[in-house]
Design a protein around this ligand. Structure first.
Ligand SMILES: [Zn+2]
Ligand SMILES: [Zn+2]
Length: 213
């Protein structure tokens, strides 16, 4: 199985890794599409971001969709398209035990050099994931399904911003997260969406997807 491995800034390699078998509660997936996140670009361009630095080779990637290859006892079917959540809470810390796994203290997030050993990512031909990480994406394109994680980020930001119904909303930056934020603000009923960016290209995408100012 081939994987995309970052060794250091500007040192990205395609390497062979051993295949894993699916255990109980797990599914074996064949990757369909992966989105390149700003954090992936930071690992490539700078070897990390903020105080986080690569200290060992790491498979990149966390925004992915995949086809189920071995469904095990999950209830999914072979060949089914799924969106894959990159977050794997520990299930044992105080937040996990209080039913808030999104606040997990030991989150194992794909392609993250924050903990050591690093958490290996999802840019690989075959991925063994927990069935609970997978959501049916039948009817979407693999590319659309791979946008589930960044879309979730913007839906969370929208809910943190409070009610948007009839409001004027400012989105600064019109990269993928900014454009998805515009869509999320539209969905939340914003009356006017003003977007800013330095790039005419991203501004044109923002206009296409619903900025009004
Ligand atoms: Zn991301
Ligand atoms: Zn936890």
């Amino acid at each position: 199985m081939r994987a995309i491995v970052i060794h250091a800034a500007h040192d990205l390699r395609v390497e062979d890794r051993t295949d894993e078998a699916a255990g109980p509660g797990q599914v074996r997936l064949r990757l369909a599409t992966g989105g390149v996140c700003g954090s992936d670009l930071h690992y490539y361009n700078h070897g990390g971001f903020g105080a986080v630095r690569l200290r060992e080779p790491m498979i990149l990637g966390h925004e992915v969709s995949a086809f189920v290859e071995d469904a095990g006892d999950s209830g999914f079917t072979k060949g089914q398209l799924v969106a894959v959540s990159p977050s794997r809470p520990c299930g044992a810390c105080k937040f996990c035990l209080e039913g808030m796994p999104n606040q997990c203290l030991n989150m194992r997030f794909y392609g993250s050099a924050m903990p050591f050993p690093h958490i290996q990512g999802a840019f690989r031909e075959v991925l063994v994931a927990n069935a609970s990480q997978c959501v049916d994406a039948t009817g979407l394109t693999p590319g659309e399904a791979a946008m589930a994680e960044p879309l979730a980020v913007t839906l969370h930001a929208t809910s943190r911003a409070g009610g948007m119904l009839g409001k004027r909303v400012l989105v600064t930056g019109c990269g993928p997260i900014g454009v998805l934020s515009i869509l999320a603000a539209r969905r939340a009923g914003a009356a006017e969406i003003v977007a800013t960016d330095l790039s005419d290209f991203t501004l044109s995408l923002a206009r296409k997807w619903g900025r009004t100012g």
